[in-house]
Design a protein around this ligand. Structure first.
Ligand SMILES: *[C@@H]1O[C@H](CO)[C@@H](O)[C@H](O)[C@H]1NC(C)=O
Length: 343
């Protein structure tokens, strides 16, 4: 039986943590996988040295995952066409704004029977509809694409602190291969047949985290935050099942990608943190983004706005009171106490 050739597209913080895992699992299951794993790394120069050279000699991504040794069977390659040559399993773990461009370059260079998996957070929501990144990849490359998401803070995963993650697959045969590719004793994979729900959870949780941060900033306690998390989870499920029907399973929300990631995001993470500062200081969100995130846009507030446009276009904002209240507090100047009063 031919072995699977694995290629990782991306090399940031999460991409590096995943490269460590995939390096380990491919070595362990050498009957299934080619033990050489190719990783496309966006080339940068660090103190006069190329990042790919540093990874290939020191086995460390000194810029995005410093202090963690990568398995030596992970080979960094600066050219995406060369990286994906003959690949049968393609792992996408790069910032969403690069997905389309990178896919266009890769077209026709990987194996014809290849399958992809998206670890990209978020989804595009406009008033016209939603587009999942797995769908985008699948459309451009014309191959099936699954998704992986979970309560997985990259640095904790890289330091082998136990967690779980969810693979939402398009068919169970691919699911079984992805289970082998990602499952380790410290990164426990559960496979479900709901790649849509897995990705929805990864995007919508950030809106709930903004609500949780507002509650923290107002000095409300653990009970209040738990109530916001619970209602948030209900609205996440309702959003999925209202707009995607029964392809989105209720069970998905009990997986790591659902309730577990929601809890993590509402206790740590930048969405919670910036929203807490917003409630405490009353400063505009753009100013806080500039101060706390070096001007990067906050995912949760952006998603809240996109969800609002989507729901408004359908006359359904009132059916999602938590999402709606988060939106009105951030963008319409509604008082922050509404986070408990209006939900
Ligand atoms: C394994 O991968 C390496 C590097 O990508 C490649 O040169 C080799 O041909 C592959 N082996 C098999 C059996 O596909």
């Amino acid at each position: 039986m031919a072995v699977e050739n694995v290629c990782i597209i991306g090399s940031g913080n999460w991409g590096s943590a995943i490269a460590k895992i995939v390096g380990e699992t491919t070595s362990k299951h050498s009957d299934v996988f080619n033990t050489t794993v190719r990783q496309w790394v966006f080339e940068e120069t660090i103190n006069g040295e190329k990042l790919t050279d540093i990874i290939n000699t020191k086995h460390e991504n000194v810029k995005y995952l410093p202090g963690v040794t990568l398995p030596s069977n992970v080979v960094a390659i600066p050219d995406v066409v060369e990286a994906c040559k003959d690949a049968t399993l393609i792992v996408f773990v790069l910032p969403h704004q690069f997905v389309r461009g990178v896919c266009e370059k890769m077209k026709g260079h990987f194996a014809p029977n290849a399958r992809a998996i998206s670890l990209i957070k978020g989804l595009e929501i406009t008033s016209d509809g939603t587009r999942l990144f797995s769908e985008e990849i699948s459309r451009v490359l014309d191959i099936p694409c699954s998704a992986l998401s979970g309560a997985n803070i990259a640095d904790e995963v890289a330091r082998e602190k136990f967690c779980e993650s969810t693979v939402g697959c398009t068919n169970m045969q691919d699911g079984a291969v992805f289970h082998k590719l990602f499952d380790t004793p410290y990164f426990r994979i559960n496979v479900i047949q709901d790649h849509v729900g897995v990705q929805l959870c990864g995007a919508l949780k950030n809106v709930v985290a903004v609500g949780a941060g507002l509650s923290d900033g107002l000095g409300y306690g653990s009970n209040t935050k738990a109530a916001i998390i619970r209602r948030g989870l209900m609205e996440m499920r309702k959003f999925g099942q209202t707009f995607f029907g029964d392809v989105v399973k209720t069970e998905t929300f009990f997986e790591s990608c659902g309730v577990a990631d929601l809890i993590t995001t509402c206790s740590a993470g930048r969405n919670r943190k910036v929203a807490e500062a917003f409630a405490k200081t009353g400063q505009p969100i753009e100013k806080l983004e500039a101060e706390l995130l070096n001007g990067q846009k906050l995912q949760g507030t952006l998603t809240a706005q996109e969800v609002h446009e989507f729901l408004s276009a359908r006359g359904m904002v009132d059916q999602f009171p938590l999402f709606h209240t988060v939106y009105r507090i951030i963008y319409e100047g509604l008082d922050t106490q509404a986070i408990v009063r209006d939900i």
